[in-house]
Design a protein around this ligand. Sequence first.
Ligand code: MG
Length: 380
Amino acid sequence: MKKIFILGSTGSIGTNTLDVIRNYPDRFKVETLTVNSNIELLEKQIKEFNPSLVVVRNEKSAEQLKRSLGNSIEVLSGDKGLIEATRRNNYDILVSALVGFAGLAPTIEGIKLSKRIALANKETLVVAGELITALCKECNSELVPVDSEHSAIFQCLVGEKSPEVKKLILTASGGPFLHHSSESLKNVSVAEALNHPNWKMGSKVTIDSASMMNKGLEVIEAQWLFGIEKEKIEVVVHPQSIVHSMVEFIDGSIKAQMGLPDMRLPIQYALSYPERLCGYLPQTKLPEIRDLSFFEPDYKKFECLKLAYQAIECGGTAPCILNAANEIAVGKFLEGSIRFLQIPEIIKKALNAIENHRGPDINTIFDCDRQTREFASKLS
Ligand code: MG
């Protein structure tokens, strides 16, 4: 029986993880759940999954929950509570599913305890890839990706030797604006950007998919996760989201992992690896899908993707700046204070203005993140 800690249990990855656990009650047990402020859903989850500990980041909501639950379960609060919970040695797998930079610090605690990290929070590797991969080696902690593309590559690489890998091919759905002209992108609404054709996800990652920044962040994530140079990572647009990603080998052979776009599959694999569990998920019926198409991304139209490659090229804290500026810009777009095409503008300004530090330590990364947020918040 594996004991599971879910960072972010009421989000899209969190609720899908709980659905997997619900279907394999003899294999997985929920130990800890953490939420930002959605205590209504958390209470339901507590009733069903009976964790030993919960953390609510928002202090007010934490107080409210304590009043409602009495002493029946331990409730911690704030970022401090989050760190304290991840430091307890009472779980086997940490599902890292917070959104954005906030996922970094608690994930580090899980690594230090040599836990398996089921990694859905791509920002952990985007902002601190070098540090995190070194720390995982040192602490003997295993990073198993939950992001569907990285799970696909991870699966394609099982049993293969790394010198025989020629390149990784990340697929991208292209999002809701795949067929929009650059001109028409100027005036797209928040609702249009949130209307993803294939995947149901949280709002931040859905906007990132619309701008293709999501794919840019995933290229950075793949670079660290698989220890491969950016020249060997290719992005292809694949609107059906059936091929989740591919690996090409030196002999010209290409392996792909396929399936319906359903996050429960990569989540389940990250929990059960190296085993596979008998599927309760909907089966892929290829004749119903009929066509699979692939083409090159338009780097001119999706400037965010280009900026992500530039950030890798610059190295140091550039990916951290890119990520922080993007988080702020996406927040502004969602609240309606900037237009869609201002997202890459804000990122560009931040990359130009904020000093890049080479070989950053963890404090430098936290400083860079804070400084970039301050800077980007003032832009409009
Ligand atoms: Mg993905």
